[in-house]
Design a protein around this ligand. Structure first.
Ligand SMILES: [Zn+2]
Length: 319
């Protein structure tokens, strides 16, 4: 009885050994990185390739503005070699978390060195970011954080990420540089593609009306006038007067379509569309990738999906 049990165990051990031999050795990627939100995580993944694992604290279709980190996030951040933030007041909750953990991870501000656009002053006084100058200076300018919506600025993000990865993991430096260079070429093509595609819209159709003010960089880069119902973060409630003004503007300028977003409640913008005589042109991805089933699971696909939606929404429909 005992002998047969021993034989059985031996047999199992041999099968186990055989399986182990047949399996390629699993080695973990040398660098673990954490990014504040899904779009940024995708840029880090493109540059890091197989050498890194990257985790987004705020996932697809979620709003990173004023996110409240969970205890598990603190653990993830503590274990990461690299903590990547957007900066510009977008994800101070993560910079703060990384700083408070007192560990050896490197904090990377991806937007470092970009030329910023000021937050729309119509919204700036009642938005919800926790900037350093909350008291007093009402005229202080704050940068709009949504710089990734301009591909040429996202290319600077990629450069910063590549430099930070090379510093954190010098052995992988040449791989990071090669990945970044390849990705940058694709981004350059994407930038051209957006510009040439939007050139098909006549100047009076180049109006992008959305729920929160996330497309100022997109507008500046690609020649679209951008109007949003709310401020740069969804924590600000648009005023009744502001909404009425926007509805009048839609009617007066005969704006054909307005756009809902993947991270915000569509009801307000739907009401504005109805009262302003505009269609819903579709859903734009502003501050987050889409889930796996959606059209925007990478940054590049996100920009392409938005481009398609904008073109289809604003092209005249004669039928
Ligand atoms: Zn936003």
């Amino acid at each position: 009885m005992l002998a047969s049990l021993r034989r059985l165990l031996l047999g199992l051990a041999l099968i186990g050994a055989g399986l182990a031999l047949g399996t390629p050795p699993v080695h973990a990627a040398p660098v673990t990185a954490v990014a504040s939100f899904s779009i940024l995580a995708d840029l880090v993944r493109e540059v890091g390739g197989d050498r890194i694992t990257v985790h987004a604290l705020v996932g697809p279709d979620e709003d990173a503005h004023g996110y409240q980190p969970r205890p598990s996030d603190a653990r993830t951040v503590r274990e990461a070699r690299l903590v990547v933030v957007n900066g510009l007041g977008f994800d101070t909750w993560l910079s703060r978390l990384a700083g408070s953990e007192g560990h050896a991870s490197t904090l990377v501000v991806a937007s470092e060195g970009i030329e910023t656009i000021d937050e729309n002053p119509d919204h700036a006084h009642h938005h919800g970011h926790d900037h350093d100058h909350e008291q007093g200076d009402a005229t202080a300018r704050t940068p709009d954080p949504h710089a990734w919506q301009d591909v040429s600025r996202a290319r600077i993000y990629v450069r910063n990420i590549a430099a930070a990865l090379a510093q954190a993991d010098p052995e992988g430096a040449s791989e990071y540089a090669a990945n970044a260079e390849r990705y940058d070429r694709t981004l350059q093509q994407l930038d051209d593609e957006i510009r040439s595609t939007l050139a098909r819209l006549t100047p009076e159709r180049r109006k992008l009306v959305t729920s929160h003010d996330a497309f100022a960089y997109f507008g500046a880069a690609y020649g679209m006038r951008v109007v949003a119902a709310a401020g740069v973060s969804m924590e600000s409630e648009p005023s009744a007067a502001g909404i009425a003004r926007l509805i009048r503007q839609l009617r007066k300028e005969k704006v054909p379509a307005v756009f809902v977003e993947n991270i915000s409640d569509p009801r307000l913008i739907e009401r504005i569309a109805r009262e302003g005589g505009a269609r819903i042109g579709g859903r734009l991805h502003s501050d987050a990738l889409s889930g796996e089933a959606g059209p925007a699971t990478t940054y590049i696909d996100l920009m392409r999906a938005n481009l398609r939606t904008i073109i289809e929404g604003l092209t005249p429909h004669d039928d």
